[in-house]
Write a protein that binds this ligand. Structure first.
Ligand code: CA
Length: 223
């Protein structure tokens, strides 16, 4: 899952990015409203963390503009403490949730998980597909109760597929959501990683839909 962080405080931006990356997300960052607006307008993010007090273009304007242009990704806004009017303005502008500063990183991570799973129609942080379980809280994968070791890219790939269970996901979409903007994107590498995943979990769980992409589906009959 790919997340955009828009925060002008350099230290805070860095802390958010590293905590999110550690939790297994791909993260892009922006330090002012204009850059943030541009990235959110042109790149397909799974969600955005948006500070309201930003140089160049304030967070509320960024959000209003995105929503006017039908950008529907979940947005978590960061507000100043005790500024209840900011929260109201942010939610009215189209924010899905807010966290007041100063915050504990754990709270941000919990809200990020909640927004991502709600956006994909899941009720808990544990996503299942047959005997396969992806625990998005602990960034763990289990099959039939046994933990499976994954590299961070394998985990990101599987996590994206299980968040979109039953839907066909194209290779282009995977490339866009698994790598950050600076990565040299090559959709052939996706095939390699799907191949590796299929050696770790039953290969039949990830169907290749010729010409379209991949689909994680519940098996009819798990052996
Ligand atoms: Ca700020």
């Amino acid at each position: 899952m790919r997340i955009l962080v828009v925060e002008d405080d350099k230290d805070l931006n860095r802390q958010l990015v590293s905590a999110l990356e550690e939790a297994g997300y791909v993260v892009d960052k922006a330090f002012d409203g204009e850059e943030g607006h541009f990235l959110g307008d042109t790149e397909p993010y799974d969600m955005v963390i948006l500070d309201l007090g930003l140089p160049e273009m304030d967070g509320i304007s960024v959000l209003e503009q995105w929503r006017r242009d039908k950008r529907t990704m979940p947005v978590l806004i960061l507000t100043a403490r005790d500024r209840w009017s900011d929260k109201v303005a942010g939610i009215d502008a189209g924010a899905d949730d807010y966290v007041a500063k100063p915050f504990h990183m754990e709270e941000i991570l919990a809200r990020v998980r909640a927004l991502l799973r709600r956006a994909s129609g899941n009720a808990t942080s544990e996503l299942e597909c047959g005997k396969l379980l992806v625990d998005t809280k602990g960034a763990r994968v289990l099959y039939d109760g046994t933990a499976i070791k994954m590299t961070s890219l394998e985990y990101r790939l599987l996590s994206y597929l299980i968040h979109h269970k039953g839907k066909v996901v194209s290779r282009t979409e995977l490339v866009e959501h698994l790598y950050d903007q600076d990565f040299d994107r090559d959709s052939n590498t996706i095939e390699v990683f799907v191949g590796r995943l299929r050696k770790k979990i039953p290969a039949s769980l990830i169907r290749t839909v010729r010409g379209l992409g991949y689909c994680l589906t519940e098996p009819d009959n798990e052996g």
